[in-house]
Design a protein. Structure first.
Length: 205
């Protein structure tokens, strides 16, 4: 089911109407990959999209890179710690990467995570990632466990410093200015991402 991105209803395929809720805006789609380097090279060669180095999630044993797309972004995630337990977020990413790589989760950005989490009974927890330059980016997240259990359902995020959000990192894509136009949410979560650029439209992965 093609899902428009923006401040509107997001509906999950094969889910009852009660799961449809009004949300603020798409923050990012998690794309689990066997190798960030290989996928980054492919999307640049085939689609003209530049990937920006991210950092590590020590608690999950993963590393990431991001493709900024006019506010929202694609998050390429790779399991880099072979000893990390395959549970929760790490388990979801590992399973999708072992299938060859695919979108596996999606996230909505909010300006008041406590208020948006409360109706769903979600627990808000802090998160952080170490950047390659030694800086740390921090946020609060809600609904991660629920989204891991049912990837049709988005988790929520609020960035502590909106100026440092990955989606607003300045980047020059050879394809021109690009944005996420649609996200196709299927029974197993996000499965296709339509990208609209000044030169062409295409679908990932």
């Amino acid at each position: 089911m093609p899902t428009d991105v923006g401040p509107q209803n997001f509906a999950c395929a094969d889910s009852p109407p009660s799961t449809v809720r009004v949300v603020p805006t798409l923050d990012h789609v998690v794309w689990a990959v066997p190798s960030i380097a290989r996928v980054s090279a492919r999307v640049l060669e085939e689609h003209g999209l530049v990937t920006v180095a991210g950092g590590s999630h020590p608690a999950w044993g993963t590393s990431n890179a991001v493709i900024p797309l006019s506010g929202a972004y694609l998050e390429l995630v790779e399991v880099t710690d072979p000893d990390a337990p395959r549970i929760g977020f790490t388990g979801v990413v590992a399973a999708a990467a072992e299938e060859g790589g695919r979108p596996c989760m999606w996230c909505l950005q909010t300006g008041d995570i406590e208020a948006d989490a409360a109706p769903r009974g979600l627990h808000v927890v802090p998160g952080q990632r170490d950047n390659p330059d030694g800086s740390v980016i921090t946020w609060r997240v809600a609904g991660m466990a629920e989204a891991c259990a049912d990837p049709r359902v988005p988790f929520l995020i609020q960035w502590d410093d909106p100026a440092n959000m990955p989606g607003v990192i300045p980047v020059h894509h050879p394809a021109g200015p690009c944005r996420i136009a649609h996200v196709d949410i299927g029974p197993d979560g996000p499965r296709a991402i339509e990208i609209s650029c000044s030169g062409a439209d295409f679908t990932l992965p």
